[in-house]
Ligand binder design. Structure first.
Ligand SMILES: O=C(O)CCC(=O)C(=O)O
Length: 336
């Protein structure tokens, strides 16, 4: 039987007794050990705020091509800003998506922002949304410390002042279903995330799929994509999809899984037609919006497997790695 994405009610951790918190941490541990992904509910970010953020996101991507180009990311903007369609490349495959990335808008970091006349209130709204996600990230990191029975609940938070967290508004334009299905056009190629945890909000069009690691013993992204069954992670209002990044996998000596995922044609778009019929019609796959919040440790952090995750049966698999240098190297490949 294949795996299923579990749903975890975080309100038990946020407001429950010590026992409730322990139980929730145990659920998180089980989810991250097995599937590497879970749906989070009871997280405290209300749906109206998420809907408003999708509205803002739509407005930025609706700006003219020229207006968006003025917001383009440069090395001097620390990768913050607009990236046009095809600017992100994963293993040689150009992703048909556009994104607008920012760090904490209240910090004095460089970044390009739409001006007030174009998008009134955008920067303030972005700051508030980013802050809500950063606070939730802090609570989740606390929960991870409980799950691993670490000395104190700050064990992960002490390395996450928030300076490196990135919010990413993402838009996949409508594309020909035929071209998407044939692989001529790719929305988001199979990949895994880089940092600690990722929070993902999905609007109503799906397409996100996660490799079912119980269906393969392969490890490399290319082999996993070829061999594994994939599980659809359908959009469900009120939920946030949470998954493990590479650095957290290293921190936990592989206890928590950094799982391959991708964005493809949404399953429900083809469910009413045979594939031949839909190819003949050359229908369009509707546009998709998502918002990712990438949790990342502070740049100077040395990430090394925690003692408590190593044993004679599970010897230490990795040495120390500098989080900031790792990120720079990876992003250079993604956006070269
Ligand atoms: O758009 C999505 O649903 C997935 C985004 C994602 O996986 C990423 O940007 O790393």
């Amino acid at each position: 039987m294949g795996s299923k994405i579990p749903t975890i009610d975080f309100s038990h951790f946020l407001t429950g007794s010590a026992q409730d918190r322990q139980r929730t941490a145990c659920e998180v541990d089980n989810a991250l050990k097995s599937v590497g992904f879970f749906y989070l509910v009871g997280h405290g970010i209300d749906q109206d705020t998420v809907d408003a953020c999708f509205e803002m996101s739509k407005r930025i991507f609706d700006l003219s091509h020229d207006a968006k180009q003025t917001l383009s990311a440069t090395p001097h903007s620390f990768d913050q800003g607009y990236r046009g369609i095809g600017k992100e490349t994963i293993r040689g495959q150009k992703c048909v998506k556009e994104s607008f990335d920012f760090r904490n808008p209240k910090d004095d970091t460089v970044g390009f922002w739409p001006n007030q006349e174009e998008l009134p209130g955008f920067r303030d709204f972005a700051a508030d949304f980013h802050q809500l996600c950063a606070e939730l990230m802090g609570k989740l990191l606390e929960c991870l410390s409980v799950a691993l029975d670490l000395e104190n609940e700050d064990s992960f938070n002490q390395y996450h002042t928030g300076s490196m967290h990135v919010s990413s508004l993402i838009h996949y334009p409508a594309v020909s279903t035929q071209r998407l299905r044939s692989g001529e056009v790719i929305r988001n190629a199979a990949h895994s995330d880089l940092g600690t945890l990722t929070l993902l909000f999905q609007h109503n069009v799906g397409g996100l799929e996660v490799a079912d690691m119980s269906s393969t013993d392969k490890i490399t992204t290319t082999a996993v994509e070829k061999e594994a069954n994939f599980i659809a992670v359908d959009p469900t209002p009120g939920t946030i999809v949470v998954n493990v990044g590479y650095l957290l996998m290293r921190w936990t000596n592989g206890r928590w899984k950094n799982v391959v995922h991708r964005v493809v044609e949404p399953a429900n778009c083809s469910s009413t037609q045979s594939s031949q019929e839909s190819v003949d019609c050359d229908e369009m796959t509707p546009e998709r919006y998502s918002i990712a919040f990438f949790g990342f440790p502070d740049a100077a952090t040395m990430v090394e497997p925690l003692q408590s995750c190593c044993s004679t049966e599970r010897p230490k698999r990795w040495g120390p790695i500098n989080a900031g240098e790792y990120l720079l190297k990876k992003r250079a490949v993604l956006y070269s």
